[in-house]
Design a protein around this ligand. Sequence first.
Ligand SMILES: Nc1ncnc2c1ncn2[C@@H]1O[C@H](COP(=O)(O)OP(=O)(O)O)[C@@H](O)[C@H]1O
Ligand SMILES: N[C@@H](CCOP(=O)(O)O)C(=O)O
Length: 323
Amino acid sequence: MAVYTHLGAEDLARLIAEYDVGELVSAKGIAEGVSNSNWLVETTGSGNSGTRFILTLYERRIDYADLPYFLDLLDHLAAKGCPVPRTMHDRSGASFRMVEGKAAALIEFLPGVSPTRPTPAQARSIGAVLADMHLAARDFPLSRANAMDFAASAAILANCGAQRLATVHPELPAMLDHARAAAALDLAALPQSQTHTDLFPDNVLMRGDTVTGLIDFYFACTGPMALDLAVTHAAWCFDAEGRYRADCGNALVAGYESVRPLKPAERALFPQIAKGACLRFVASRAEDWLETPDDALVTRKDPMQFVERWRFYDEAGAGVLDA
Ligand SMILES: Nc1ncnc2c1ncn2[C@@H]1O[C@H](COP(=O)(O)OP(=O)(O)O)[C@@H](O)[C@H]1O
Ligand SMILES: N[C@@H](CCOP(=O)(O)O)C(=O)O
C-alpha cells in the first residue's frame, strides 16, 4: 500500500490547476511502493505536456532540501536521452509544491512494467542503461552525499543493537562486525558520478528487453559508480530461492562495460563493494522490521535475503566478475 495521505477530488483539481497540463480527468492511488503516496493522474493535456502523470506526495525518509537534487537530476538525464521521467514544473517554474503540509511533485508517466524474474537479456539492457546514466550525469551541477553509505549502514545496525537484531533472526547480529569492516572501505579514489543506488527491478520499467523507465531516484547521490553497479548486481542477479544467477550477473556487467569499461581498481574492489551494498539493505530492512508496527499496511522486506547475498559475495570473492 502506498497512499498514506487522503487527497479529495477538489484538492487534486486545485493542485493540477497549478500546472500547464490541462484539466484533471482522473486520479487513482497506486498500491505499489512503500515510501511515498503515489497517484496515477490523467489530464486533458496541454501543449507537449502529455496526459498521464505520477503525482507523488513525499512521506518518509526525504529531506525536502534534497528535492531540487532529485527532481533536477531527472530533468538533466531526460534531456540527455536517458529513460527517466521528466519533472513537470508549475506555472511559477517550481518543481515541487506544498500540499497538506507535504511536498508534492508531478512527474511524467512512463510506460512499461517491472520485471519480476529478470532474464539475462533484461539484465544486459539495464547494465547498459545504468552506464549511460552514469556518463550522462557526470556534468550534473548539483551533488548530494550518500545518506545510506557504508558508515550509515553500520550505524543503523549498531543502533538496532545485537539483542534486538537477534529477535529478527539469530544470525543477524553477526553482520554488525561485517558492517563495521565495510565502513572502513575507502572508495573515494574510484570514478564518481550521480548514482541511483536503489536500482531494484521494481524501480525499472521495461517493455520486453528494452528499458523504458528508471524511477524512484530518492536515494540518488554523488558517489562511486561501481557501488551503483554492485547494488544493481545484488538486486537483479539472484533467483527467488536466493541462488546466484551467473547468466544474469555476467550479462549485467557485460551490458555495463559495453558503455563504460570498469577500471582495474573497480574490478578489484567489486566483491567488497557488493558486500557493503548488501549490508546497506540488511540495515534498512532490519531497522524497518523492528520499527514497523505489526498492524501497518506495509509489507516488510526480509533482511536475511541480503545476508544470504552477502555470504555469496564473501565466498565468491574476486571470481564473481568472472563466474
Ligand atoms: N514515472 C513513472 N511512470 C510510471 N509509473 C510510475 C512512475 N513513477 C512511479 N510509478 C509507479 O508507482 C509505483 C511506486 O513508485 P515508487 O517511486 O517506486 O514508490 P516508493 O518510493 O514508495 O517505493 C511504481 O512501482 C510504479 O508502478
Ligand atoms: N529497495 C529497497 C527498499 C527501498 O524501497 P523503494 O520501494 O523505495 O525502492 C529494498 O529492497 O530493501
